[in-house]
Design a protein around this ligand. Structure first.
Ligand code: HEC
Length: 393
């Protein structure tokens, strides 16, 4: 069995795991943020209970009470939420290494952006990954971290800077995923390095019959709130590889920033709504931003519409620029099977994929990193052929 084939399976299994653990993590995270925002003052007068909620789910009634700072005695059994987050990161990191580091010359490096050796790209990617967390954590712990509004503004500026740098180092798709991996790493590190250690200290204090220090609760809460705003932007980034019109655009770092901030606005709408406020301008603003992106990114009508070339010419271009990967048995190193099942060896096959070809060729997503060095003229010809209805002659 060859390595590329096994790598496809590793890709599938890791992605599946990443999705499952991510759903579990985000589910509990959204649930607890919502719960916190919807707590009512307790009815039974226990002074340690800060708030409570009754709810009904799955055929039963639930009565939840939040203790601030802690209950009088440590309960015998305490459920922790951490493995969902840890496994999301472990699976995501392995996937990132497998695709973006393992095949850096295809997915991370784009000579049209910056010509660098794959190992240099991998080093830069790793440094950004670690540096992002260190910088974020330092700012949160500094006096700046005490004001949520300041922190929010710094966060937005930092996202802009990271998106800019990443999109000027790597090919668009890799750049987006780099920012996503950095953000995801920050979110999981918040759990592993701040929230869980703080909770441990609180539990240990209670075991020693001491009052737990409320600052750990505050710190944990702050990071958990940050995570909630990062969730929607990260989820967009994780699905972005399917949508080259986002990361192949010339202003891709602005697109990343705009969609990321729109996601945070939408999340803010839900957080406020849970608190009983209805700030509809938030999702309206997000929709306006996205509408602006859709409008401004639209390709000019008839772009590249030279006279449609004869089909034989199309076939020659495809054979020299696409088929090394898109063949039943690819000759390109690292490909065990045709990517996405797209095979373009016979005339029928080429015509079958014409519409998909337009999207991929127009956005310059294909060939990835322009590995096969397609020319602008050839792109124009392929597009003109598709625009003319992909004729068979
Ligand atoms: C270096 C290998 C390589 C070359 C050369 C290449 N592709 Fe691809 N192609 C890929 C990979 C990898 C994917 C899957 C991308 C992904 O994971 O979303 C893909 C996916 C596609 C898809 C499916 C997109 C989707 O998401 O449904 C189309 C269509 C496509 N390529 C067309 C082309 C065309 C047209 C050319 C030539 C101009 C070309 N490719 C050249 C590697 C290549």
């Amino acid at each position: 069995m060859d390595a590329a084939y096994l790598s496809d399976w590793a890709n599938l299994l890791l992605r599946w795991l990443h999705l499952i653990t991510g759903v579990a993590w985000i589910g509990t995270s959204f649930y607890f943020i919502g719960l916190d925002n919807q707590l009512d003052p307790p009815k039974d007068g226990n002074p340690r209970v800060a708030g409570e909620q009754w709810s009904v789910h799955g055929g039963g009634f639930y009565h939840k009470q939040k203790y601030l700072v802690a209950p009088e005695r440590l309960p015998e059994k305490l459920h922790w939420f951490k493995w969902e987050a840890y496994w999301t990161w472990i699976s995501g990191f392995c996937l990132f290494v497998l695709i973006y580091w393992g095949q850096a010359s295809t997915y991370l490096v784009d000579p049209a952006v910056l010509d660098m050796a794959p190992w240099v790209a991998v080093l830069a990617s790793a440094a950004l990954l670690a540096g992002g967390w260190v910088a974020y954590d330092l700012v949160c712990r500094s006096p700046l971290g005490e004001n949520e509004a300041t922190l929010g503004a710094i966060g937005a500026a930092a996202l802009a800077a990271v998106a800019f740098v990443s999109c000027h180092l790597f090919g668009g798709r890799g750049a987006f995923l780099q920012v996503g991996a950095m953000t995801g790493t920050i979110m999981v590190a918040n759990v592993a390095m701040v929230i869980i250690p703080g909770q441990r200290k609180m539990v240990e204090a209670m075991r020693r019959d001491e009052a737990p220090d409320p600052k750990y609760g505050r710190w944990g809460k702050q990071r958990s709130v940050h995570n909630t705003y990062l969730t929607l932007p990260v989820l967009f980034i994780m699905i972005s590889p399917h949508y080259p019109m986002t990361w192949q655009s010339r202003w891709n770092w602005v697109v990343l920033l705009a969609i990321g901030l729109s996601g945070a606005l939408v999340r803010q709408f839900f957080v406020l709504r849970q608190k009983g406020r209805n700030a509809v301008w938030l999702p309206a603003g997000a929709a306006a931003v996205v509408a602006l992106l859709v409008w401004s990114g639209a390709p000019e009508r008839g772009a590249g519409a030279a006279d449609a070339p004869a089909f034989a010419e199309v076939q020659t271009i495809v054979a020299s620029r696409c088929v090394s990967c898109h063949a039943a048995r690819p000759t390109m190193e690292g490909f065990a099977a045709p990517p996405k099942g797209v095979v373009m060896e016979t005339p029928q096959q080429i015509r079958r994929w014409a519409a998909a070809m337009r999207q991929q060729v127009q956005t310059e997503a294909m060939p990835p990193g322009n590995l096969t060095e397609i020319t602008e003229e050839e792109r124009g010809k392929l597009l003109a052929w598709v625009a003319a209805g992909a004729p068979a002659q």
